[in-house]
Design a protein around this ligand. Structure first.
Ligand SMILES: [Fe+2]
Ligand SMILES: [Fe+2]
Length: 151
């Protein structure tokens, strides 16, 4: 069953919060990690920060376009993602946290894509493009995990 406009706005706000939380954790991990093995991961996360921020901006534009208001900092719902590890050489923990965040983003976009069917094709199109971007991140970090967990 297609969702109402209000329900779509609420789902977009959830995605918006998730993108901003991702930005915060990717910045932290791209700065905090230590060691030779961390360099590639840091570079990759650093580049992703810009992409995730762009996703948040695109979601904000769409929220506005369909009659919603972009939430301020007191209203965004964050804190649910895996936090940067205490051990700053634990590259594998960071990779796993990124995979979890990207999987959650993919799940949220899939949910919105389904909810928009027959109701809002422009939002659906945006979320399909965002899903494609998150799937790329996911596969990249799944590849890193393969390499970093090889004994
Ligand atoms: Fe994103
Ligand atoms: Fe992503």
């Amino acid at each position: 069953m297609a969702a109402s406009r209000e329900e779509i706005i609420d789902m977009l706000k959830v995605a918006y919060s998730m993108e901003l939380e991702t930005v915060m954790n990717y910045i932290a991990n791209s700065v905090n990690l230590d060691g030779v093995r961390a360099e590639e991961i840091k570079k990759s996360l650093s580049a992703d920060v810009t992409e995730e921020l762009t996703h948040a901006q695109q979601l904000g534009q769409r929220i506005k376009q369909i009659g919603g208001v972009v939430p301020g900092s007191a209203e965004v719902n964050i804190g649910g993602q895996q936090q940067p590890p205490k051990d700053t050489t634990d590259v594998t923990a960071v990779i796993r946290a990124v995979i979890a965040a990207e999987e959650a983003a993919c799940a949220q976009y899939n949910k919105i894509i389904r909810a928009c069917d027959g109701e809002d094709y422009v939002t659906q199109d945006l979320c399909i493009r965002l899903l494609g971007s998150e799937e790329e991140h996911l596969v990249l970090f799944q590849g890193f995990l393969k390499e970093y967990t090889k004994s």
